[in-house]
Design a protein around this ligand. Structure first.
Ligand SMILES: NC(=O)c1ccc[n+]([C@@H]2O[C@H](COP(=O)([O-])OP(=O)(O)OC[C@H]3O[C@@H](n4cnc5c(N)ncnc54)[C@H](OP(=O)(O)O)[C@@H]3O)[C@@H](O)[C@H]2O)c1
Length: 380
């Protein structure tokens, strides 16, 4: 068991649009229902780049970013029974300074501190939280909530445990962006839910990555443009209706193609109406937004677009996330959910500032950027 120091190295953001700076801050103390985690690995996400630029979501300044963490439980708050000191857990941030993962010690809610087996490294485990929950809360979430002008919703499929496993047997699904982190989890979960065929898009170089996640058909979107995707699928793969589409990358062109392919009338899941259901990870693209009402239902017809909320620590998603957290622990032990490929950045937290900009300029390809906070090079 590690002794807990009173201070730690953390990556601070003093204001929106400023650089991340390696600094020192107090080690936080877990409250009731919380745990303190020694963060052995933290992953970078596109949202960290957005949060650095615009500062949105943070409630305190200076802020600590970092959405994904994996580490060892080193202290328990009052009433914690889900985990013990010494457990290896992966966890998501919340947007307070004590809960960002770009620091050596962070707080997490015990209910969503997810144990993982030794077959998975800390680096690998850190690739899972945000993008697993974005995929899972999109498919299986039962929340339907407006935040400012944004409407977030899960489509209410049955979680693939017990009788829910394989429930959507032989229903086709399209998952644009299979090589993205969200796409990898969306494919693996679609397989657990029984969808078949599982059709995805990526660059040719990531075809085997998507096949190993469970895709049955991989289309190179640089060879088959999104404007030809519908005819390509009908001619070469299936002419069955698509009742669910999970657009993991949600670009303008992938959303437009997905919306056109989605069944007008037939859908699956308890939420988002009766027609076909498109899950998106970004706001509705311009081309489809003009066809949607304020709740993101088609103005003419019954299909819908549902923007997935990827953080399980928010009040609207906590109940769904608690169930998914326990399911994920089982899937990780059974090897049914596997982490993303890791690109480990040398220099610990010091590497975040120079690498987060990659998300503004083409991003990453088929790998998740990971840092180890305890390898941080202190400023001279
Ligand atoms: N709603 C939420 O809560 C939430 C949570 C997490 C992420 N997101 C959003 O979801 C999106 C995916 O996030 P992520 O972390 O999974 O991204 P990521 O791993 O950084 O995505 C990189 C991958 O995107 C693929 N890609 C890019 N453009 C594509 C296109 N037009 N068609 C198919 N694939 C394409 C690339 O595949 P190739 O290299 O094979 O070309 C690349 O491997 C981002 O926009 C992110 O902001 C939203």
């Amino acid at each position: 068991m590690s002794a807990v120091p009173s201070t730690q190295t953390a990556l601070l953001l003093s204001a929106p649009g400023t650089p991340f700076t390696v600094s020192t801050r107090a080690v936080p103390v877990p409250g009731a229902g919380q745990v303190l985690i020694k963060v052995h690995a933290a992953a970078l996400n596109p949202i960290d780049a957005m949060m650095q630029k615009a500062g949105h979501l943070f409630t305190e300044w200076p802020a600590v970013a970092g959405n994904d963490g994996a580490g060892e439980v080193v202290a328990l708050g009052e009433g914690v029974h889900e985990v013990q000191v010494g457990d290896r857990v992966l966890f998501q941030c919340w947007f307070t300074v004590d809960r960002g993962t770009f620091q050596q010690y962070a707080i997490a809610d015990a209910a969503r501190a997810i144990k993982f087996p030794k077959t998975i490294t800390y680096d690998e485990a850190a690739t899972i939280p945000l993008c697993f929950f974005t995929a899972a809360l999109g498919y299986y979430g039962t929340y339907d909530v407006a935040v400012d002008t944004m409407q977030f919703r899960g489509i209410g499929l049955d979680i693939p445990v017990g009788e829910g496993a394989g429930k959507y047997k032989d229903e086709p699904i399209l998952i644009p962006g299979g090589a993205s982190s969200v796409g990898q989890f969306a494919i693996q979960l679609a397989k657990l839910s029984g969808f078949n065929p599982i059709i995805t898009t990526c660059s040719k170089s990531n075809e085997s990555y998507c096949l190993s996640a469970g895709a049955t058909h991989v289309i190179d979107y640089k060879t088959v443009p999104y404007t030809s995707l519908a005819s390509h699928i009908t001619s070469n793969i299936t002419s069955k209706p698509f009742k669910v589409i999970y657009d993991a990358v949600s670009t303008e062109d992938s959303q437009a193609a997905s919306w056109s392919i989605l069944s007008d009338t037939e859908g699956l899941g308890s939420k988002a109406g009766t027609g076909g259901k498109l899950v998106i990870t970004l706001p509705p693209a311009k081309s489809i937004a003009s066809e949607l009402d304020e709740k993101q239902f088609a103005k003419n017809g019954s299909k819908s677009a549902s923007w997935a909320y990827g953080n399980g620590n928010g009040q609207p998603t906590q109940a769904d996330a608690n169930k998914l957290a326990r399911a994920l622990e089982g899937w990780l032990i059974e090897g049914k959910i596997k982490p993303n490929k890791v690109e480990l950045l040398p220099g610990g937290l010091s590497a975040v500032d120079s690498n987060v900009g990659r998300f503004h300029s083409g991003g990453t390809s088929g790998a998740k950027l990971v840092v180890r906070p305890f390898e941080t090079i202190a400023p001279a």
